[in-house]
Ligand binder design. Sequence first.
Ligand SMILES: Cc1cc2nc3c(=O)[nH]c(=O)nc-3n(C[C@H](O)[C@H](O)[C@H](O)COP(=O)(O)OP(=O)(O)OC[C@H]3O[C@@H](n4cnc5c(N)ncnc54)[C@H](O)[C@@H]3O)c2cc1C
Length: 410
Amino acid sequence: MSTPAYDVVVVGGGIVGLATAHAVARTGRSVAVVEREPRLAEHQTGHNSNVIHSGLYYAPGGLKARLAVAGCAETVAFCREHDLPHEVCGKLVVATEADELPRMAELVRRGAANGVEVHELDRAGMRRHEPHVRGIAALHVPSTGVTDYRAIAEKLGELVGKEGGEVHLGRTVTRIVRRAADVVVRTSRGDLLGTQVVVCGGLRCDELAIASGADPGIRIVPFRGEYSGFSDRAAALVRGLIYPVPDPAFPFLGVHATRGIDGHVHAGPNAVLALAREGYSWGAISPGEFLSTVSYPGTLRIARRHWRYGFGEMRRSLSRKAMVKQIQRMLPDVAASDLHPAGAGVRAQAVKPDGTLVDDFLFVGQGSGEGSVLHVLNAPSPAATAALPIGREILERLTGDRIAPLGVSA
Ligand SMILES: Cc1cc2nc3c(=O)[nH]c(=O)nc-3n(C[C@H](O)[C@H](O)[C@H](O)COP(=O)(O)OP(=O)(O)OC[C@H]3O[C@@H](n4cnc5c(N)ncnc54)[C@H](O)[C@@H]3O)c2cc1C
């Protein structure tokens, strides 16, 4: 039997891989997605805050800014078109201390530069949106929303199939071999051929780059983000989305309270070093992966620079009392007894050997045209929001083809 061949093979059945495959399929090219797990969206895409980000935070001119702003509108349009759960509820970013006000002013500047509508609120304005919030000032961002990214990913997988593409589940990619006119994708269940290959491997993207003969120049350091569910009493204190002003030293947005699309309220995610790439709890340990993470020079440098923050996050992870203190900064009426564990996700954060946490999305190509491979090496938040424009961006980088955003004008 001959090896199945496609114009494009996409490695990884998370939302970025699926959005890429969908963009490729829309142009009439043949495409196959290869996913290791028996189900789509089993990692970052299925374990996140499910927030449709507005594009407020990101450095103007960067990929995150451009693709998140476009993705915010496109995600809502996609959900509308396919009748998927979503709500554009808006959000508050709350300053609780005076020293946060300059950082809040910077967010207003970034919002304006990125074309995101932002309203500055005093205490009274803030309380009109969220009566139980404590703070000295807030920003209201009307375009932020909530959705279910697993449902979006599954819909994208279904559309890829309808457009003539294939989705192969339970098939692990072990090597990627470039040749003059195509690329061999070796998997646990036989080879596939792609004229071009895109690797969207999330927590394993650096390993896959090495398996493809590339030097990724970064290492994925897995940071677990844990959520605390609110009791009904505490949930009644939250109408929508309540965020702190983020610390610019980290690419994480800080522990926030979110009323999800299912109506449940949770706080999180924190950020602790995971003990395995897919380390969803303290008990999920891979000694080999952990040793490899902690002996990486980039991890050691992060630990040296941010040990105080790291210990604080660990304390909050292990103690409900410590966690509730963080939440009480914005929601003073929440008590430790209101919180219960509500799952976790693991972020695939690219880190350079000098300890820099890569902030922007990172796409690295091996070659161009036939026989080329494109690696997505950093797609943390807001890449779920930005996935549809990321898919179109990758298509353009592969083929030069530009396709229209999905449903935005509809
Ligand atoms: C705690 C947390 C909260 C977040 N909150 C938000 C949010 O509110 N809004 C937002 O926009 N973003 C959020 N994000 C970010 C968002 O979830 C990610 O940016 C997005 O899901 C990345 O998608 P992906 O397809 O790149 O990765 P993934 O969803 O991780 O998919 C990668 C896939 O590759 C597969 N794979 C790996 N190795 C192989 C192999 N060898 N062979 C075959 N397949 C392989 C994996 O099994 C996986 O399915 C959050 C992330 C986390 C962790």
